[in-house]
Design a protein around this ligand. Structure first.
Ligand SMILES: [Zn+2]
Length: 207
């Protein structure tokens, strides 16, 4: 966070308790959530997205293409989590909070800043049963992966083992997307094999 934002204190609230794996799967099933498995030795095994959250992420990435010089855009992922029997995290993303006001954005840089953090704080008040699960941002024309700056942002604001980072390239069809999470050794995954990229624009509801 930059100097101007130092006076902003995100309210401390007690985090909602995590769900059991069974509860989380039931919630995901009832909402007809879309599931994506995370490849590799990630601490997060699977992420479910409520259809409206999945659509909101797509819409937010899509609207960025209306700008002549397509800027990076981003936002926050809210929902609930559980731990599976083998100790890995399962996430259900229920809401996407678009960062409509950011400190800086360009074709290859996004700084969320204090206004975005305040919007996040309001959203956490609005959805008290949910917690921050991670963040989303776009890489217009430079493929989905994690840069060194992305890593620094992640370590600064998303410290929990279950926090994920989604990156989408909206300039490529069909919105190739990766979901990055911590590995077992605590390092952050920074890329996926090309063939594992999620086609965000085409993914169907799984049962
Ligand atoms: Zn990035």
């Amino acid at each position: 966070m930059n100097k101007a934002g130092e006076h902003i204190v995100i309210q401390k609230r007690s985090a909602p308790a995590s769900l059991t794996e069974k509860q989380l799967r039931q919630i995901a099933e009832q909402a007809e959530a879309v599931a994506f498995d995370i490849p590799g030795d990630s601490q997060v095994k699977r992420c479910y997205f409520f259809p409206q959250a999945k659509q909101a992420i797509f819409d937010w990435a899509l609207q960025s293409l209306q700008e002549k010089a397509v800027p990076e855009v981003g936002g926050f992922l809210l929902g609930q989590f559980a731990r599976s029997s083998e100790g890995k995290y399962l996430l259900v993303i229920m809401h996407f909070i678009a960062a409509t006001e950011v400190s800086f954005q360009s074709a290859n840089r996004l700084r969320l800043g204090p206004a975005a953090m305040l919007a996040l704080d309001k959203a956490l008040d609005a959805y008290p049963a949910e917690q921050l699960l991670g963040w989303f941002h776009t890489h217009p024309g430079h493929t989905p992966f994690f840069s060194d700056i992305d890593l620094a942002t992640h370590w600064a604001f998303f410290k929990a083992d279950f926090h994920i980072a989604m990156v989408t390239d909206p300039c490529l069809e069909p919105f190739p997307t990766v979901i990055l999470a911590k590995k077992q050794n605590g390092d952050m995954t920074t890329e996926w094999n090309h063939q594992d990229w999620i086609a965000w624009n085409e993914s169907e509801v799984e049962s």
